[in-house]
Design a protein around this ligand. Sequence first.
Ligand code: BG6
Length: 303
Amino acid sequence: MPVEQSQGKVVLKHPKGSSAEILLYGASIISWKSSSSTDLAPKERLFVSGKAALDGSKPVRGGIPVVFPCFGAPSHPDHAKLPQHGFARSEVWSFSDVVMDNDAGVSVRLTLLPNDSIKAKFDKPFELAYVVTLSEHQLSTDLHVKNSGTPGAATLQFQALLHNYIRAPANDVLVTPLQGVTYYDKTEATDELKAQPKTETRPGVDVKKFTDSVYENAGGKYQVVWPGGGLELKTKGFKDVVVWNPQAEAGAKIGDMEAGGWEKYICVEPGFVRGFVTLAGGETWIGQQVLTATDSSVLAAKV
Ligand SMILES: O=P(O)(O)OC[C@H]1O[C@@H](O)[C@H](O)[C@@H](O)[C@@H]1O
């Protein structure tokens, strides 16, 4: 069966061998195995820490957590009661339906609506739908955010981000093309320095040291390459991108990070995180990413 559901998990299987596993908890994708056009053996493309909780007791350290309605510590008054990165990654979503099931791909929709625990912290009318589509070499994830209030009712203001933990040798990986893009460096010591815009000068961004950079209006299409491997990210609606790797400096302080885990991934996270999306009652916003497994020589030729 191309879509299997069991014990809080949805598994997608493509006839050509790729697969994806999604927890209803947080709609967190915890595995994506895919071949590429030049490497025909499906292999794991995401990193999940060996110490990650997968039992719904805390957000998953790895995979693709969904960040909504705030990125980082809340900075908007509507989000004041929320934890870092909001509630979407720590609520149980509902399986809605199979959207597509054919040779091109298999696709499912999960949804999250306000419940009592959310309303206690964020009493705004919203509906979230998350459509995950698996094809031979690609994984697409679309986040639909609706202000479910009536036209003329209060606006819904939010940030959203897909926190991709891409399995890659962190000390050999490069992200392009971010040269010339304005970014904010969250590794700086003070709030004042964190808020100061910098301009990226590197043709390829590495994470050999502790990196936590928020690139604003970053272009929407990125290559993540390392010797012998690579991924391409294409996005819509997510105008910004965050590049994060804690290295040992910050990684050793993360309780659910396995020893040396920071050497095994890079987070490249498309989001709308500088400023806020504002939706009037009845309006919907869509943020989309398409991850394509490919090999670095193909990507290098495109850069
Ligand atoms: O530990 P968390 O809440 O999952 O966050 C991990 C990281 O997520 C990144 O998106 C942030 O830019 C970092 O500042 C943060 O440390």
